[in-house]
Write a protein that binds this ligand. Structure first.
Ligand code: SF4
Length: 396
């Protein structure tokens, strides 16, 4: 599998991009995690990765999307993003997930990326604006990879995304990426309506045929304006998804990404470990993208100081990690709502009904299923997860 995937990467992508990926993302990413681990051992906090939602502007209306569009759109100022990136670099963190809304609607995105050739950027996009010209620009920059959302087959996708022809637009985007020899990813949020289509060998093979190099599986969270709780996966489906991921990693020449389980199959919440946080389009520093509460804003000070002094983030890490190894948002939204009220945190969602939304959420299954852990079978994932994706002391 590793040999075939390496061969695919060498044959299908631009060598300069491959080098940037290996060095900026791989090598520096390992350094970032080590630096993070050292900080944690000293009782300090600063994330190894940062997710920046640069705009709330979007051209789709997906089910379960937590982003509330506004007129005019909320956008992070370029100067604020630059400050954050510079601070991260000083801490040895060079990887940024660029989210939205739809980040390709943000003017000046590629100028910003071009100013930081020593970093690596992953752009979460719905693909509708990923034209040949945009893909060509990504190739010119070299330090960026598109992660295109695909939410199921054509019919399911249009319902899930709240648009028409979204699936064919995403497929076009993938063609533009492969024509321009980009390192390309697909992200899927697995829910009841797309489970059978997405957690399948057929889907994985289709992506390989389209020259996709990595596939990132998310578990659907019923949040936002239109939460659709009926789409939430149950315990058995999550277990089935885990089995599928572990088995596919041993056979398919494509990298399969998840951010939920360690090498032994034990659950993790990345934010509870403190390894990554999220900045929303208004500049609020959040625990993770779907939990829209904060007490700090990057406009109010240096990111390093904000993280260091944040009692809210520290309290959230403690509360989330002591309640479960899984996702507190799914497992215990009421406990989370209580914490948020006690902390007098600001509702950063742009919707009035923040706490009511949380209190109305039912407790659901998450990826934490004690006694049902499925360890990684492939040595490469076992090693990678053991050394670069683990609990960092968050779970005692
Ligand atoms: S709380 Fe849930 S959604 Fe947020 S980082 Fe943890 S596992 Fe992910």
């Amino acid at each position: 599998m590793i040999f075939q995937l390496t061969k695919r990467m060498l044959m299908e992508t631009d060598k300069r991009l491959l080098f940037k990926f290996a060095y900026n993302f791989g090598w520096k990413g390992i350094g970032a995690v080590r630096a993070f681990d050292r900080r944690v051992r000293k009782g300090e906090q600063f994330p190894a990765f940062l997710f920046l939602s640069i705009t709330n502007n979007c051209n789709l209306k997906c089910q379960g999307c937590w982003v509330t569009p506004s007129v005019p759109a909320l956008e992070l100022a370029t100067a604020d993003i630059e400050n954050v990136i510079d601070t991260c670099k000083r801490h040895g963190s060079y990887f940024f997930g660029i989210m939205g809304g739809e980040p390709l609607l943000y003017k000046g995105l590629f100028d910003l990326i071009g100013k930081h050739p020593d970093c690596y950027f992953l752009i979460f996009t719905n693909g509708t604006l990923l034209t040949d010209e945009v893909a060509r620009e990504m190739r010119r920059l070299g330090n960026v990879t598109p992660l295109v959302s695909v939410e199921g087959t054509a019919d399911v996708s249009d319902v899930r995304r709240g648009g028409s022809d979204v699936y064919s637009h995403a497929m076009h985007a993938l063609e533009n990426c492969s024509r321009n020899r980009l390192i390309t990813g697909v992200a899927t949020s697995v829910c009841k309506s797309n489970f059978k289509d997405l957690a399948s060998e057929k889907f994985v093979n289709e992506l390989i045929a389209k020259k996709v190099h990595y596939l990132w599986y998310y578990i659907y969270r019923p949040v936002g304006r239109i939460p659709h709780p009926e789409l939430t996966l149950d315990r058995n489906e999550i277990l089935e998804l885990r089995k599928f991921i572990v088995n596919t990693r041993t056979t398919a020449p494509i990298a399969i990404v998840d951010s939920y389980w360690d090498h032994l199959g034990r659950a993790l919440c990345p934010a509870a470990t403190g390894i990554g946080y999220h900045v929303n389009p208004a500049g609020y520093l959040e625990f993770c993208p779907p939990i829209q509460y904060a007490k700090e804003n990057i406009r109010d000070g240096n990111l390093s100081e904000l993280v260091k002094k944040s009692e809210f983030l520290a309290g959230f890490r403690k509360m989330a990690s002591s309640s479960s190894r899984g996702c507190i948002l799914l497992e215990n939204p009421v406990l989370m709502a209580k914490f948020i009220v006690d902390q007098k945190a600001i509702n950063t969602s742009g919707r009035c009904a923040g706490i009511e939304e949380l209190e109305a959420m039912k407790c659901c299954a998450s990826h934490h299923q004690p006694g049902e852990e499925i360890p990684e079978k492939h040595w490469a994932y076992r090693m990678a997860k053991k050394y670069w994706f683990f609990g960092f002391g968050a779970y005692g």
